[in-house]
Design a protein around this ligand. Sequence first.
Ligand code: IPE
Ligand code: IPE
Ligand code: MG
Length: 249
Amino acid sequence: MKYSSSTTAVPEVPKVPRHVAIIMDGNGRWATKRFLPRVAGHVKGVEAVRTVVEACVQRGIEYLTVFAFSSENWRRPEEEVSLLMRLFVTALEREVAKMHANNIRLKVVGDLSRFDAKLREMIATAERKTANNTRLTVTVCANYGGRWDIMQAIGKMVAAHPGATDYAEEQLAPHLAMAYAPEPDLFIRTGGEERISNFLLWQLAYTELYFTDTYWPDFTSEKLDEAIASYQHRERRFGRTGEQLAKAK
Ligand code: IPE
Ligand code: IPE
Ligand code: MG
């Protein structure tokens, strides 16, 4: 496969984003606002993931990537971390068969070495089972960090080119955790914060960013459509001028 990225070639701009990447934020505040424990927000958040997966299938989106647990989320209270892990296990138990029946491929990326053996085994089984599905690829980023990804890719790149002292972007990119997917066209962060929080640092180079105050558990297919509509009004220049784009039309 020929290497192509938004910094080396001008990619095609699809009307409907091919790849949507989401920071699902605001679960805790959603719950607190209702005088519920934070975990209730995470439970509700899983339902929102299901809704958005279905919406992506209907809209012909090819890749959906969701940030479920960051490499920094271990800093949270132990009970919340362990509940998030349990929720991950239950979600896998409940959803994988349905995803498979709907021709959805599941990938989980991140430093999985910190997860317990049972969870790692479940992830491997789910990935194997859905590996040949073609309708939508859902990637769950778990114990993921953009800097972790770049560092692990550098390690593999160096090992693959012994003796080299100079490297090109083309040599690093195939080792990134999501090398199987094109770069995201649209990034969405719910919950009101306007930051990347160590998500896909390399891959977001030319992604259109969309921030909404909606808490993740309240995110619906209509809200997804609002984000897509905003994306469709952007002019993606990839370094060129607006005049050049107008001429090319
Ligand atoms: C996002 O919601 C879910 C995870 C980080 C696991 P939060 O739990 O960060 O919710 P807020 O930001 O505290 O409201
Ligand atoms: C980002 O949310 C990570 C996930 C959604 C999994 P956080 O709530 O952890 O982000 P910060 O700490 O507010 O930046
Ligand atoms: Mg948060």
